[in-house]
Write a new protein. Structure first.
Length: 94
């Protein structure tokens, strides 16, 4: 399985903020109910780290009303031995 960071942006207005939190909590999904929020620091986003089979599986965790505001990034770790592989990846492009 791969690890993904899901970032979901919502508006800074009180209603937008409380709606996003409430929708996530009401899903009952252990992934969504454990989201980290930046609202109290003025960053109106939620972050979730999950291990799933695919990027599309990660996006599908996000409630439908918030999917268009979501970004999913596959997370990787590297060792010193993998630096050449990383260079080749960058040279090949996405």
């Amino acid at each position: 399985m791969a690890r993904f960071l899901i970032e979901v942006t919502h508006g800074p207005e009180v209603d937008a903020c409380t709606r996003a939190v409430e929708v996530f909590l009401r899903t009952g999904s252990h992934f969504l109910t454990r989201a980290d929020w930046g609202c109290k620091d003025g960053v109106h986003k939620a972050w979730i780290v999950v291990e799933l089979d695919s990027k599309s599986d990660a996006l599908n965790l996000v409630p439908p009303d918030f999917r268009s505001q979501a970004t999913v990034v596959q997370l990787n770790t590297f060792s010193l031995e993998q630096i050449e592989e990383l260079r080749r990846h960058h040279d090949a492009g996405p």
